[in-house]
Write a protein of this length. Sequence first.
Lengths: 119, 107
Amino acid sequence: EVQLVESGGVLVQPGGSLRLSCGASGFTFSSHWMSWVRQAPGKGLEWVANINQDGSRKHYVDSVEGRFTISRDNAENSLFLQMNSLRLEDRAMYYCARIDGYGSTFDYWGLGTPVTVSS
Amino acid sequence: DIQMTQSPSSLAASVGDRVTINCRASQAINNHVAWFQQKPGKAPWSLIYAASTLRSGVPSKFSGSGSGTDFTLTINSLQPEDFATYFCQQYNSYPFTFGQGTKLEIK
């Protein structure tokens, strides 16, 4: 059974940093692109970043480019999101999502970890 | 960026009804559209990819169609568990973008 479990979401002040983690199990982690998707309270879904199987290719939404870094550790079956220079508008539930084996889009999602940015 | 516009933004229907949700892309995206269901306080559930291909485990009451810029999600014989918010998403090009969501409520 595919499982994605996010952690690391906390309350942080504007300008602060945070590292989110996503532990994966139930599939061959190193064979899949992985993603982070976020959802602000009461709002829709926003794709944040993608990373390919070996971590050599990464894509970001413009609003986080230069502030967030997606990475992975295939030996530990883990995905990460380093978030720097956090802004109020980064407050959201952050979901880890797997890209399917066809390289198309998200097929499995974690339960999410909440990030609150507030002074 | 490709804008995904869903309609309607909310929809009231009864158990047993058939409903259709529309999604229009701001430019042609082949069939690179997915649909997701989300219930309050829960993670999204992947329903459809490639515009019309059901994910494993998704009931056949859900169906998708369309290509180019116009796409549709149809849900037959609504049951109480189907009342949720539905999102479309394009993955034809970066940045991946979602529609704003359609909230399906019980009439």
